[in-house]
Structure formats: C-alpha cells, structure tokens
Ligand binder design. Structure first.
Ligand SMILES: Cc1ncc(COP(=O)(O)O)c(C=O)c1O
Length: 436
C-alpha cells in the first residue's frame, strides 16, 4: 500500500513534522487489535483513545449504524426529534446514580464540558444566585479543548498559547504526591485534606461568586492520577456547604473503565452533573452526554412556555450516534462489560507492579482497567521524552500504549484477557531498559 500525501492534514495533538517523517498508520481493527497498512498486528492497549471499551468492529454496533444510515440519516434536533433519542436517554439513566436522570446530548467530551459549565451558571442564576459565575477546576485537570474547558483545565501546555480563555476561573491544587504515595496499588492513602483547598478558594473569592467545581474523579489525560481515599467525599461536602455545583468529568471514567458504570458509583460520591462521551458509542460515532440532577433540569422548566435552554448543537442526538449508543449499551449489558474492570483489576495490578525496579521508573499506578507508569524526566531533554520513547518501543513491538507527559497510560478495551495483559507488561519489561 502506498503512503498517502501528508501535507494538507494538520494533525491534532501531534508532533506533525516528526510524525510525517515516520508515520504510524492504522488501517483496520477488530476485537483487541489494530492492523497497520503493511499488515502488522498491534494489540490495542489504549482502547483507541479511552473510548473503544467493547473492542473494535463489534458486529451489533456496526449493523446498527449501517441500518440507521439507511433509515433516518439525520433529523433536526431543535423543535424536532426522533424516537431513538428519547429511548437512549431513558436507557442511559438506568446506568447513572439515582437522581442524575436528565440527559443533554452533545458530540464530544469538550462539548459536554462547555454544556455542563453553561448549565451550572444558568442554574445558579435561575435560583436567584446570578452573581455566581466563577468556575473552579484543578491543576493537571483535562476538560477538553474549547475555551471554558481550556480555562478550567490545568495542564500548562494546553493553556499557555490561548490568552485568558474565559474570565473568573481558579484552580484547586492537584493531588499527585510521589513522596507519600509512589507505587501504591489502587487508591492512594494520603491526600484527602487536599480537598480543603476549595475552602481556600472560597475564602479568597467568597462562595457567593462560585458557580461550579469541575474535576475528573480520576484524572486520565494528565497521566492517570487517582483520587486519594476520602478526597472526593470531602469535596462533595464542601460544595454542599457552600451551594457550589459539583461536576464530575467522566469522559474517560464513564462506561466501565473503573469497574462500575461511572466513577461516581465506584467512589460512592454523587455529583450534581456528569459529563461523558467516548465509551457511550464505543468510539464509533462522535457523541457526548451531560447528565444533570433532576432539580437542576427542573429549575429550567418554570416560567412562560418557550425554549428553556438556549443551547444545543446541530448534531446533538444524531440518529446514527443514538443507534450506535443503543447497540453499544446492549453489548455492554450482554457481556457484563461495565463491571468487568473490577474483575480484571487484580490481574492488571499484579502484572504491572512486577515492573517496579526498572530504570527511571518512579511510580506505578492502577485502578480498574487503567494503569500508568511514571518516568523521571531525562535531564536536559524535553519533558516526556522517556515516556515517548517507551511508547515508540512498544509500538515497534506490536503494542499500542499512550504517552502522557512523563507517563505511559494503559487503558485497554474492557474485553482484554489475562494473556493480553501479560503481553503488554512483558513488552514494557523489554522496552523500558532500552530507554536511556
Ligand atoms: C476528562 C476529559 N474531558 C474532556 C475530554 C475531551 O473530550 P473530546 O476529545 O471528545 O472533546 C477528554 C478527552 O480525553 C477527557 O479525558
């Protein structure tokens, strides 16, 4: 197969010049594997990009998309609708914690974040607290790439080029603590008190100006940071005390990644809104979801008849995305995939922690079907070089992983088996000592 011309495509979150010198192309996928155009098989250790939770090319989902394309390709979502959107919303609320039973559709994680933040500000206004416009994120958080998501996000390189984003944002301290928590298996013991940082921001800005706090219950894109035991509970208490809307960004943790449908259930903390995307359609058709507590939704359903929320996207509840999502939920249910990570966690944990002691490895973290290895930065080199070279080494040996700063993240499809976990870990054991 000839390599395509590569000049025109400006690739996202990619070292374009480097990539185009040494492209890494994928041309086919099935189950746990990708294939390159040359026919090389690659084990998918990242569920695509944290989204292909049921594995690739699942026939039920493929057929549902094809059928829907031929039946109803598009329906306008403003002042019109199609039946699958209602069916899907009802089905989704069977998976959320009690009370989070209202569903707004978007097309991506980034759009879900913007939507949730706008709903939070509007909700505060509707309950007579219109001065609450401030949004609080957390250092090292990732909430997509639109302006508000960039603002509440806490990863420096994603923020620095884009001016002041949106006004009135502040950040909690992150929870990463190598000194106290390195090489913890599962949830770290130390750091619940870091939630009290919200009290610092309340003292600084006054609660009466703060609309919402948004956090990833487990921070994924920054390199897999688990919440310390008790941290999320404390954050919930402080939000309640001060009338602040708590949003969990579950774009990565939603749909079974930690062993429960959502991290909210896994950590037993119920937020006021959940943002999701990715796994809702098994990565096949773009779709995002915002789940809101009924009382938030109901605050909008007052006053004279008319459009209650002036917000939405042309492709909100796209028929093909709805069909894909319904078939995805059937697949998850039939194979009990939304709880499978809990059953596989022990295997991943014990395999991954055998790597302790390899050169430059300063931490190993795991929860559900997520793992991370953190490397000391190479002195004098650009940040993340060691992790990137481990990623390249694994790719060359037929395993797709993800480099995130100084970390390697592992997040395979939830259908992974024991020997495939062993393949990922033995590949890492071979590659890590070769990286200086
Ligand atoms: C927690 C979180 N929020 C938001 C996003 C953005 O999602 P998208 O890339 O679909 O816009 C991501 C993507 O990885 C994410 O992990």
């Amino acid at each position: 197969m000839t390599t395509p011309r590569m000049d025109a495509f400006w690739m996202p979150f990619t070292a374009n010049r480097d990539f185009k010198q040494n492209p890494r192309l994928l041309s086919r996928a099935e189950g746990m594997h990708y294939w390159t155009p040359e026919g090389r098989q690659v084990l998918d250790g990242t569920a695509g990009l944290w989204c292909v939770n049921a594995g690739h090319a699942r026939p039920r989902i493929v057929e549902a998309i094809a059928r829907q394309a031929a039946t109803l390709d598009f329906a306008p979502p403003f002042q019109m609708a199609h039946p699958l959107a209602f069916e899907l919303a009802e089905r989704l609320t069977e998976l959320t914690p009690p009370g989070l039973n209202r569903v707004f559709f978007t097309n991506s994680g980034s759009e879900s974040v913007e939507t949730a933040l706008k709903i939070a500000i509007a909700y505060q206004r509707l309950r007579g607290e219109g001065q609450r416009t401030r949004l609080i994120g957390r250092e090292r958080g990732y909430h997509g790439v639109n302006f508000a998501g960039t603002a509440v996000g806490g990863m420096g390189p994603n923020r620095k080029m884009f001016g002041t984003h949106v006004a009135g944002v502040d950040h909690l301290r992150h929870t990463h603590d190598l000194q106290r928590n390195a090489f913890t298996q599962g949830q770290p013991e130390h750091g619940a008190e870091l939630a009290d940082d919200l009290e610092r921001l309340v003292a600084l800005h006054d609660a009466s100006t703060i609309a919402a706090v948004i956090v990833e219950p487990m921070a994924g894109s920054t390199g897999v940071l688990l919440p310390p035991k008790g941290y999320l509970q404390r954050l919930r208490q402080i939000c309640d005390k001060h009338g602040i809307v708590l949003i969990f960004d579950e774009v990565i943790t939603g749909f079974g990644r930690l062993g429960s449908p959502f991290a909210a259930q896994h950590y037993d903390v119920v937020p006021d809104m959940i943002t999701a995307a990715k796994g809702v359609t098994n990565g096949t058709i773009p779709m995002g979801v915002v789940f809101a507590k009924q009382e938030i939704h109901d605050a909008f359903m007052q006053g004279p008849p008319g459009i209650e929320l002036a917000h939405g996207y042309t492709y909100s509840s796209h028929p093909m995305a709805c069909a894909a999502a319904l078939a995805t939920l059937d697949t998850y249910a039939e194979e009990e995939l939304l709880t499978r990570a809990a059953r596989m966690e022990g295997k991943l944990q014990s395999a991954l922690h055998t790597l302790k002691g390899l050169p430059n490895l300063v931490d190993i973290r795991n929860t559900g079907l997520v793992g991370a290895l953190e490397f000391a930065p190479r002195p004098g080199a650009a940040p993340g070089r060691r992790a990137f070279e481990v990623f390249l080494g694994a790719w060359n040996k037929g395993v797709l992983l993800r480099a995130a700063g100084d970390n390697i993240a592992i997040s395979p499809p939830l259908i992974i088996n024991d020997s495939q976990i062993d393949q990922i870990v033995s590949t890492l054991a071979e590659v890590i000592p070769t990286v200086e």
